[in-house]
Design a protein around this ligand. Structure first.
Ligand SMILES: Nc1ncnc2c1ncn2[C@@H]1O[C@H](COP(=O)(O)OP(=O)(O)OP(=O)(O)O)[C@@H](O)[C@H]1O
Ligand SMILES: [Mg+2]
Length: 269
């Protein structure tokens, strides 16, 4: 994925707010880019833009979102027609997203299994029976014990950690080329966080997809990412390998984010 000069704004009573301003980054196949930054810096808006999910009063003002797909060739998502069949292939097929609000990803009225089946039936030419088989396999892969039972359960019957595993299963069942994970573990306790991140990493290896990981937690960055981009007020203010940025932050804002790490605070005091 190559993003170039992406700009997104929201029309508000006070005027046009540039939520994303000339943002550029690349994520090579199989690699992970962490997008970090304080609350309101534009991380989620960037993620939504990559899937063309920005709703009015927001809109993409310009830029390119180029997915170099193995299956479909080169696609500039920013310039696809809203009705284009390719946009449907992109959403949830070539690019899938784990949303920041876990409950928005799952419908409370449908069983876990039927929702994951559906994700596959929309994007792939599989029979219902085959979809069910893949879903069960995927539920097993994300570490849900007793997959058959989970398949027939509703989201509210699962714990938070189990739900997040089901969401990951749904995001990866179509073997996307890019996975966007927006704060995938924020709602979970620390032990569960580590497990879920480990799971994302191992499935990423298996599928070979690129990952855009959004977080405000540099601990997560260190565990997961190859490169990191730091956002502030809609702009990327610093970008580099995790090693370089963690070792020698060039921007005062990055230093401030690093200082907020509990482990660092402990070392300083
Ligand atoms: N519906 C909206 N209407 C107006 N402005 C919006 C809207 N959604 C987002 N914005 C603007 O976009 C900015 C970035 O929001 P975004 O949700 O991307 O932040 P974030 O970096 O994901 O923060 P967090 O870490 O809290 O999730 C906000 O500060 C706000 O100015
Ligand atoms: Mg956000």
């Amino acid at each position: 994925m190559d993003v170039k000069n992406l700009r997104v704004s929201f029309q508000t009573p006070e005027g046009e707010v540039g939520a994303v301003q000339n943002v550029s980054f690349s994520i090579p196949r199989g690699k992970t880019l962490a997008l970090v930054g304080e609350s309101g810096s534009g991380k989620s808006v960037t993620a939504y833009a990559l899937l063309r999910l920005i709703q009015p009063p927001g809109r993409i003002l310009g830029g390119h979102i180029v997915l170099r797909s193995r299956r479909e060739g080169e696609i500039d998502i920013a310039h696809l027609d809203e009705q284009s069949g390719l946009l449907y292939k992109v959403r949830g097929g070539l690019v899938s997203m784990i949303f920041q609000e876990p409950m928005t990803a799952l419908s409370p009225a449908h069983t876990i299994g039927s929702q994951i089946d559906e994700a596959m039936l929309v994007h792939q030419e599989v029979s219902r029976a085959a979809a069910r088989r893949y879903t069960l396999e995927m539920l097993h892969k994300v570490g849900l014990t007793d997959a058959e039972r989970r398949y027939s359960q509703y989201p509210h019957e699962l714990s938070g950690g189990m739900r997040q595993r089901a969401i990951i299963a749904m995001a990866l069942v179509c073997r996307p080329e890019l996975l966007i994970a927006d704060e995938p573990t924020t709602a979970l306790d620390v032990t569960m966080q580590a497990q879920i991140l480990g799971l994302i990493k191992s499935l990423q290896r298996e599928i070979g997809c690129a990952v855009l990981l959004i977080t405000h937690d540099f601990g997560v960055v260190a565990q997961m990412a190859d490169e990191v981009a730091v956002m502030r007020q809609g702009e990327i203010v610093e970008r580099g390998t995790v090693r370089d940025v963690l070792k020698r932050p060039r921007h005062a804002h990055t230093q401030a984010l690093l200082d907020a790490l509990p482990s660092r605070r402990a070392r300083v005091t």
